[in-house]
Design a protein around this ligand. Structure first.
Ligand SMILES: Cc1cc2nc3c(=O)[nH]c(=O)nc-3n(C[C@H](O)[C@H](O)[C@H](O)COP(=O)(O)O)c2cc1C
Length: 205
């Protein structure tokens, strides 16, 4: 582990409201790999967070602890892993609603996901919808000014590839999730080092 990686934080957000969620299990796997790669990690399980719907005009302190935790963890993250189930050909509503709360990160020097690396994961019952879901999330992350990691893990036929607790049992996909977790740490470390150098150059200049 390098010096810079020991200071990185990776926040994982995802899963559905289904007990034994496979998209949550996939997220747990990638987040564990990010931890192995030296980052501090935090799991935001959307079933546990039990978020209300985002409502424009409502202030952050009116929402309660789940939303506050989500926003603060996203604010402090160097990298984010997002894992969704595919619902009706795209990302699940529970995932999109959680991402809508990024509106509370609209201010400051680094609004939204500016300067953050984002790794994308999906699970689907069939063959195609997972790719659509991750594709849709690419648009969301770009709108939020995040940097999409150039490895996306889409798990088709997830019912064959995860157990009843959602843990990924197919090691082909498990290995990809490990690679994604390591990659976001690596990329976030590169961005942090670049920012540090720019800051030092500014001071020296
Ligand atoms: C309401 C609903 C809609 C779904 N729509 C699709 C779909 O369009 N295409 C598909 O391949 N799977 C679809 N599925 C299957 C889920 O994507 C799949 O079971 C996924 O792994 C569930 O993730 P989870 O275990 O995290 O809840 C749907 C499931 C639900 C409950």
């Amino acid at each position: 582990m390098s010096f810079k990686e020991s200071h990185l934080k990776v926040v994982g957000i995802g899963g559905t409201l289904r007990e034994g969620s496979a998209s949550l299990g996939a997220l747990r796997r990638a987040l564990a790999a990010a931890g192995e790669a030296g980052a501090e990690t935090e799991l935001l399980d959307l079933r546990e967070l039990d978020l209300p719907m985002y409502e424009p005009g409502r202030s952050l302190d009116e929402y309660g602890t789940g939303v506050e935790r989500l926003v603060e963890e996203l604010r402090g993250a160097d990298a984010v892993l997002i894992s969704t189930a595919a619902y009706h050909g795209t990302l699940a509503g529970v995932t999109k609603n959680a991402l809508d709360f990024a509106q509370f990160l609209s201010g400051g020097d680094h609004p939204y996901f500016d300067g953050k690396v984002v790794g994308l994961i999906s699970t689907a019952g069939g063959e195609q919808a997972g790719a659509n879901a991750t594709g849709a999330m690419v648009h969301v992350v770009h709108a939020l000014r995040g940097v999409v990691a150039p490895l996306v893990v889409s798990i088709p036929k997830a019912w064959q590839r995860a157990d009843g607790s959602g843990n990924v049992t197919d090691e082909t996909y498990g290995g990809r999730l490990d690679a994604l977790g390591e990659l976001v740490v690596d990329l976030a470390g590169g961005l942090a080092a670049r920012d540090e150098e720019a800051e030092l150059a500014g001071v020296a200049g």
